[in-house]
Design a protein around this ligand. Structure first.
Ligand SMILES: Cc1cc2nc3c(=O)[nH]c(=O)nc-3n(C[C@H](O)[C@H](O)[C@H](O)COP(=O)(O)OP(=O)(O)OC[C@H]3O[C@@H](n4cnc5c(N)ncnc54)[C@H](O)[C@@H]3O)c2cc1C
Length: 287
């Protein structure tokens, strides 16, 4: 018999009172990670369901910074028209998370706090240089860069803020897993950049599943930035991607296949970013 007590606060003020109280608090949102068989739940304290907290879910993407509530479901991210316009990579990543049932339950805050290396939303949030608004134990608010967030500190992710000043006009996401559908990423990538009249401007890329946290792919971005989209430029890009893998996981058994696989994934990602078909002859010529 455990002494873990369930709680379902209706608003953030009620949650702040629980956070200021004597009992340790553990959150549950969709439960798609927390309730997996074999995951031990704490034996004491409060298990606080944050999925029904008023104001904790929602997306604001109509100009200025993009703000996404911590309890926003992955399905809502995938379906949001304003987000698809301002920062399509996040909606694309959401659309490729799990199944319909998982997406309807799973939340942005859960994806961030679960901190799995294979998480699909986290690299995209890293690409956007997201900040997190938190409620800390004790009830005080705090704001941290995504990379500085430590789930073990016990803060509630109230909101992710994607600074408008860092968003570029185009973005895209691509992932690779053992299956085509309902698959956990073995490798994922997100890109954001400028592309018009066949030429790239700035280009930023982040990869997930190459280490415990997302990795910025500066070399690969530099291989295409400022260049025309040609098969020669794509070949340089693919070479840079393989070198990024070599640098990220030098001694790992997965290095050999990942340094090859990232080349194809990179081409798919660039096709998506540029609004082209991955079957465009340009991409075949690059291989
Ligand atoms: C079959 C299956 C397929 C999946 N496929 C994918 C996939 O393709 N891509 C992917 O990225 N993930 C996938 N997942 C993992 C999971 O669905 C996501 O990580 C999801 O976003 C977790 O959200 P949740 O609300 O269910 O978290 P929960 O399970 O409720 O919580 C997970 C952790 O986060 C904490 N937490 C929850 N909300 C907050 C908050 N607001 N602030 C702070 N801490 C919080 C909890 O305490 C817990 O430690 C899959 C899971 C399953 C079971």
């Amino acid at each position: 018999m455990t002494a873990l007590a369930p709680s379902r606060p209706a608003d953030l003020a009620a949650l702040a009172r629980l956070m200021a109280g004597p009992l340790p608090v553990r959150f549950i949102a969709g439960g798609t990670d927390l309730l997996l068989p074999g995951r031990p739940l704490p034996r004491q304290g409060l298990l606080v369901d944050v999925s029904a907290i008023n104001g904790l879910a929602g997306i604001k993407a109509d100009g200025g910074d993009i703000e996404i509530g911590g309890a926003t479901t992955v399905a809502a991210l995938a379906a949001h028209a304003g987000l698809a316009k301002r920062f399509p990579a996040l909606g694309q990543a959401a659309a490729e998370c799990g199944s319909v049932q998982i997406r309807n339950r799973a939340t942005l805050g859960g994806n961030v706090a679960n901190a799995a290396p294979a998480a699909d939303l986290v690299p995209v949030l890293a690409l956007a240089e997201a900040r997190l608004r938190l409620m800390m134990p004790g009830g005080a608010n705090a704001e941290v860069q995504l990379g500085d967030f430590r789930p073990e500190a016990g803060g509630l992710v109230m909101e992710a803020v994607l600074p408008a000043a860092r968003l570029l006009p185009r973005s895209a996401f691509a992932k690779l897993g053992p299956r085509r559908d309902l698959t956990i990423s073995r490798l994922n990538m997100a890109a954001m950049g400028e592309f018009s009249n066949g030429r790239f401007g700035a280009l930023r890329l982040v990869a997930g599943s190459l280490g415990p946290r997302p990795i910025r792919l500066g070399r690969a971005g530099a291989a295409l930035a400022g260049r025309r989209l040609t098969s020669a430029a794509l070949r340089d890009f693919m070479q840079a991607l393989s070198e990024e893998v070599d640098a990220a996981i030098p001694g790992r058994a997965s290095r050999n296949w990942k340094r090859q696989a990232i080349r194809g994934l990179g081409l798919d990602l660039i096709a998506r970013l540029c609004g082209l078909s991955p079957r465009d002859p340009l991409f075949d010529e690059a291989l």
